[in-house]
Structure formats: C-alpha cells, structure tokens
Design a protein around this ligand. Structure first.
Ligand code: NMX
Ligand code: MLT
Length: 435
C-alpha cells in the first residue's frame, strides 16, 4: 500500500482511539442547548457535526490544523519559482495533519498524475447534453458518469469488511481529485472554445495543469489557480456542500455520489454560485450606469435599488463569519500585487468600501462584510476568463479537496448514518401546550 495511505491510516487509528476513550469518559457531557428558533432558522449556531479538516472562527475565518489563510500562504510548499501555496500540500495537511515537505508534495502530485485518465464514455455522457446546459450541470453529469469507476461501490457489491471502507474511500478520493480538472476543463473548452481540447501536461502541478487544460498558460494565472484552489477547498463541515457530501456519504454512498450531491448544493446562488452572481451584478451595474468605473455614490444607489427589488447583494454576508472573509483579503492582496490598476478589480474594492455600511443600516444583516465570492470573479476576468457561468466549476474542483478528505475521515473513524429527528409544527404546538 502507498506510504500516503498508510500515514493517513496511522493518524486515523490514533484519533479513533482517542475519540473512543473520550466518549467512554464524557459521552454524556452536555455541550449546548437547542432553541425552537434554531430548528426553524437553518440551525445557525447549533453544534451538530464533527469535521476534522478545518474549523471556522467567526472573527479570524477558516483554520486548517490551526493555521489561518495567511499562515497557510506563508507555510505551505510552493511550486518552483512560485509564491502561492500548492493545493496538494493543503490536501496532505487535511489528511496527515502536518505540513508536507517539498518531496511529499512532489510525490502526491505525481500520484495524482498517474491516476488522472478519464475514460472516453464520461466525455460522451457530457456531450449528450445541450451545449447551453449550465456548466455546473455538465460538470456533475461528468462526475456521475465517472461513478462507474468507483472502487468503493465495486468492493461493497462484492461484500467487503467495514474495516476496509477507509481504504476504498481514499482510493476513490485520489482518483476523483486527479480526474476532476480534466472533466472541468472539458466543460469549459466544450462550451466556450469550440471543443478545442487542450491535452494535459504531466510535468505541471495539479492546479497549474488545470489552468493549462483550461487554455491559460500565463504563469500569473497558474499562481492564481494555486491560490484559488487552496482558499476555496474547505470551510468546516456545516456549509451546504460539505454537509451534503457528508450526509449522503453517511448512507455509504460512494465518494462520486457523495461529492456530486455536495456540488449540487454548491450550485445554489446563496452558496457557491454567488461568485457568478457577483460578476453578473457588477456587469449589469456597469451597463446600466454606462461606466466601467462607477463612483461610490453610484454604487450606493445601485445597491439600494438591488435591495428595493427584494434581492440580496451577492458576495456579502455569511452564516457564521462576522468579519471580512480572510479569503477575500487574500484575493485582494493578490490583486494589489498583480493588477493594482485593473478597473474591475478597483470596482470590487470600491464596492467593499460602500456596501458594509448600507447593509449594517438595514439592521437585520448579521454580517455586512464580503465573503470569498465577492472577489474571485474580478481576478478571473483580468486574465480573460469572462464566462462567469463557469466560475462555480472552479469552486467545485477546489472544494473536492476538503469534502473528500472529510469523507475519508468519516469512513476511517466509522462515522454512522446521519439521521436527526424532525418534527411537525403541530408537534411543536403540542410541546408548547398550544393545541
Ligand atoms: N444582501 C441583502 N440582504 C442580506 C444579505 C445580503 N448580502 N445577507 C443577509 N441578508 C438578509 C437575509 O436575506 C435576511 O433577510 P430576511 O430576514 O428578510 O430573510 C437577513 O439579512 C438576515 O440574514 P443573516 O442571518 O445575516 O444571513 P443568513 O445566515 O441567513 O444567510 C447568506 C447567509 C450568505 C445566505 C446571506 O448573507 C446572503 O444571502 N448573502 C448573499 C449571497 C452570498 O454571497 N452567498 C455566498 C456565501 C459564501 N459561499 O460561497 O457560500
Ligand atoms: C463556504 O466556503 O462554504 C461558504 O463560505 C459558506 C459557509 O461556510 O457556510
């Protein structure tokens, strides 16, 4: 068995042993209370899940093994000549729990390269869809077609021991992560570039090769992809895509089925699709105001119009965060370094100065600050990727690193079927003696 798998198993056995003892000693400890409002209002603030890969703090943002986004950018290994962290290194950190060496990352990149072949029938399945089909739908159809390759599903059908679930899950995870950039690039090239497919370059790291297959060989764009793939990878377990992947996986649906379920959640406009909504909203504003560089006053008026139409301002607000998302800040830093004078990027920064006080003034928005989606599109447009309907596919490729690592932990720790209790409002009334 590969060293990487053995290392993960060692970590999982250690943690599994600790959890067993913890539950024997403290299994009945009460860690919180649930209010009636919480079960009607999206379970905000209700601790109900265990996710090992990352932890979100309302002020500091996401941490991976206690490391913030700026710390990851400083500490994770980089590509030769690059400054941004390699996503393979973060994947290693989420599974093995330590910062890998350059050699570890090289081995992981090579392992992914070896597993990256996508069978032709997957592309045929995607080609059967009308070209105008949303890129996220085409992408998920590709993932679902690839499910035929699931090692977990085959071994389960043959009847395998539950002690081996983790290994088949990790096997599928590595294969799927290796192949997703090919499926994603195929969607882009098919829909927007007349199906002119770009062959992979086996010498490149995972994110750079993805950029190359998309047709972007600019070194700066490759750096952007490395950063993008790191910062979008995981956001603890309660967000829609992570939670959906975990929930579906708890039925022992294999990683292909579970990941596809999660990505259907990512495709919603309050979640990952917000990144396309942000750019669409800015383009519409520019068109209406007939300027590429709207002033703060013009932006404020446009925001008020958006709100008066009963719409949300995309890219702003968050269910848990209560500060500017450090993933937004990381992208802003990238913009300041590589494109300080880009008019669209400058508009994003002007929106950042303008929107929070307006949302604050509504008195109901719990977090008026920008999230990750407020910035990503403008950086992509700078390098020529204007097809905003495609953006969530990039998010989905990145998110595979987090949600699939989590699924490996779920199976290695023997996590059970998830099945919370639900009630009817009539039952609630009976609790309250109102009926
Ligand atoms: N623009 C206008 N209204 C907002 C916004 C916003 N950006 N954010 C929250 N509100 C409203 C929200 O719709 C709700 O109104 P009502 O009571 O009339 O239904 C009220 O403020 C309270 O909502 P919160 O408790 O602050 O937010 P909640 O936790 O329910 O929702 C989001 C979080 C992220 C769904 C919400 O802030 C939103 O819709 N933002 C815009 C969409 C977006 O950027 N999503 C991307 C999230 C990041 N991601 O990648 O997943
Ligand atoms: C995410 O990255 O998943 C989003 O910020 C949404 C969330 O954390 O709820």
């Amino acid at each position: 068995m590969e060293q990487f798998k053995l290392k993960f198993k060692e970590q999982a056995d250690k943690l599994g042993g600790e959890i067993k003892i913890m539950l024997q000693e403290h299994g009945n400890t009460v860690i919180g209370e649930t209010t009636l409002a919480q079960i009607y209002q999206g379970m905000r603030g209700m601790t109900a899940l265990v996710t090992e890969t990352s932890l979100l703090d309302a002020q500091d943002g996401i941490r991976f093994k206690r490391r913030t986004i700026p710390e990851l950018r400083a500490q994770l290994p980089k590509a030769k000549g690059g400054n941004e962290p390699l996503p393979e290194a973060l994947f290693y950190l989420m599974l093995i729990g330590e910062i890998p060496t350059d050699k570890d990352v090289e081995n992981l990149s090579a392992m992914l390269q070896r597993r990256s072949h996508v069978p032709a029938y997957v592309f045929d399945a995607m080609e059967a869809l009308p070209e105008e089909t949303h890129p996220m739908t085409q992408f998920v159809v590709g993932v679902m077609a690839l499910q035929n390759e699931s090692v977990f599903a085959k071994r389960y059908a043959d009847g395998f021991n539950k002690k081996d679930y983790w290994e088949a899950t990790l096997e599928d995870t590595l294969n799927l992560i290796a192949r997703l950039p090919h499926i994603a690039a195929f969607v882009y090239r098919r829909k927007y570039k007349g199906s002119k497919i770009v062959q992979p370059d086996g010498m490149l790291d995972w994110a750079a090769n993805f950029a190359h297959m998309l047709g972007y060989d600019n070194e700066e764009f490759k750096e952007l992809m490395r950063l993008y793939m790191v910062i979008h990878s995981d956001h603890e377990g309660g967000n829609v895509s992570a939670h959906a992947t975990h929930l579906v996986g708890s039925a022992l649906s294999d990683p292909y089925l579970s990941y596809a379920a999660g990505m259907n959640g990512l495709a919603g406009p309050l979640h990952g699709l917000a990144n396309q909504e942000v750019i669409k909203w800015i383009f519409e504003m520019q068109k209406e105001l007939k300027t590429d560089a709207p002033t703060s006053e013009q932006i404020a008026e446009y925001v008020k119009k958006t709100l008066s139409e009963g719409k949300v301002v995309p890219g702003y607000g968050h269910a848990v965060l209560r500060q500017t998302d450090p993933r937004f800040t990381a992208q802003m830093e990238f913009g300041k370094k590589h494109m300080p004078n880009d008019p669209l990027v400058n508009t994003v920064w002007r929106i950042y100065e303008t929107v929070p006080p307006i949302l604050q003034g509504l008195g109901k928005v719990k977090n008026p600050w920008p999230n990750v989606d407020a910035h990503s599109g403008a950086l992509l447009v700078h390098y020529g990727m204007k097809e905003y309907e495609y953006y969530t596919v990039l998010f989905a490729v990145s998110r595979s690193l987090g949600v699939l690592s989590s699924l490996c932990w779920d199976r290695a720790l023997g996590m059970p079927l998830e099945r919370p209790k639900s009630v009817t409002t009539a039952a609630v009334k009976r609790w309250l003696n109102k009926e």
